[in-house]
Design a protein around this ligand. Sequence first.
Ligand code: NAD
Ligand code: DAU
Length: 349
Amino acid sequence: MKKTIIITGGAGFIGSHVVRRFVQNYPSYTVVNIDALTYAGNLENVKDIEQASNYIFEKVDITNAKAIFDLFEKYKPDGIIHLAAESHVDRSITNPLEFVMTNVIGTVNLLNAAKELWKEDFSNKLFHHVSTDEVYGALGSEGLFTEETSYDPHSPYSASKASSDHFVRAYADTYGLPIVITNCSNNYGPNHFPEKLIPLCIHNIIHNKPLPIYGDGKYTRDWLFVIDHARAIDDVFHKAEKGATYNVGGFNEWQNIDLVNELCRQMDEKLGREVGASAKLITFVKDRPGHDLRYAIDANKIKAELGWEPSVTFQEGLSLTIDWYLSNDEWLKNVTSGDYQKYYTNQYN
Ligand code: NAD
Ligand code: DAU
C-alpha cells in the first residue's frame, strides 16, 4: 500500500535505524526524515540510503510550528513516527529548558500539525510516539516496569518525555487523534553518540583514556540492541491497536560496573591487549544528581500480542557494536572533534 511516513529525528542514533528499516522494507512508502541536525544528528548515519527513490530528507526544527505545518501540508503524511528529542540525561541537568522546547513544545507542534491535517478523517492515520522507560522513575532491587506503572520521572529529561507522553494521550482522549506509544529501555549499537555510557567507554578504551563510572557503578539498566528496537517500532506501527502502549526491553539487566568490565574484556581481546589492560582505565567519578538506581522492563505484552522479542544476545550485540566502532574510526573521529571536546571537559573535569 502506498503511504507517506514522516520520521522525526532520523539522523540520530535510533532514528537512523528506523529510517533505514522503513526505506528498505517498504519500497511503496515515501519516507520523509525530518531532523534539525543538532550535535546528535548526523547525515552520515543514513548515508547508505540517501539515494533511495523513496527517501527524502528535510532539515527542520520541530520547535518551529509554522515550518512543521508547512511540511505536513507539503507531504500530507499518513503516519508520523516521532523520535526527535534531546536525549541525554546529563545535558538535561545542565540545560533543562532546551529539553522542554524540543521534547514538549516540539511534540505538541507535531500533534497540532497532525490533528489539523487529518481532522476530516482520522482513519488509516497514526501518530507513533517513541518514548522511554525513564518516565516510570526508578525501581529498587525488585520488580519491573509494566505498561500500568505510574509515571514518576526524576530528571529534566525524563520529566520532559513524561510530559510529551501525557500530551500525546491527551490528544487521543480530547480530539480522537489515533496514537500509539512505545516506552523502551536503554539502546546500544552502531551510530550511538559517544556521550552515552557504552560508546563513550568504547571511544575511551581505544584512546586509553579513563572510563568514568558514576557513583559506585551499581546502577542497573536493561539493554536492547538498537536494530531490535527498530523492529519493535515497525511491529507496533503496523500491528498495534490505536491508543495502545507497549513497553520494549531487552530482558537484559546489567549493573554499569559489570557491563563496563565485560566491554573491557571484549575490547582487550579484539585489540590484542593483555587481559585486564582496559579494566585498569575504570575510574569512579562524582555521581549524576538524581541518578535512578534501576530500570527494568517487562516486555511481555509486546511479546505476547505482537510476537516481538529481542533477536540477539547481549554478547553478540556488544561484539557487533564494538566491531562497528573499530571499523568506523572516521565517524568516531568526526563526532568527537570540536564541540564534543568542550562538552567532555565540562562534564568530566
Ligand atoms: P539522539 O540524541 O541520538 O537523536 C535525536 C535526533 O533528534 C538527532 O538527530 C537530533 O538532530 C534530532 N533533534 C533534536 N532536536 C530536534 C529538533 N528540535 N527538531 C528536529 N530534530 C531534532 O537520540 P536517540 O537516542 O536516537 O533517541 C531517539 C528517541 O528515542 C528519543 O525520543 C528518545 O527519548 C527515545 N529513546 C531513546 C533511548 C536510548 O537508549 N537512546 C531509549 C528509549 C527511548
Ligand atoms: O532508559 C532509556 C534511556 O537510556 C533513554 O531514554 C535515554 O535517551 C538514554 O540516554 C539512556 O539514558 P541513561 O541515562 O540510562 O543512559 P547513559 O548512557 O547516559 O547512562 C547509562 C548508565 O551509565 C547510567 O546509570 C549512568 C551511567 N554512566 C553514564 C555515563 C555517560 C556512567 O556511569 N558514566 C558515564 O560517563
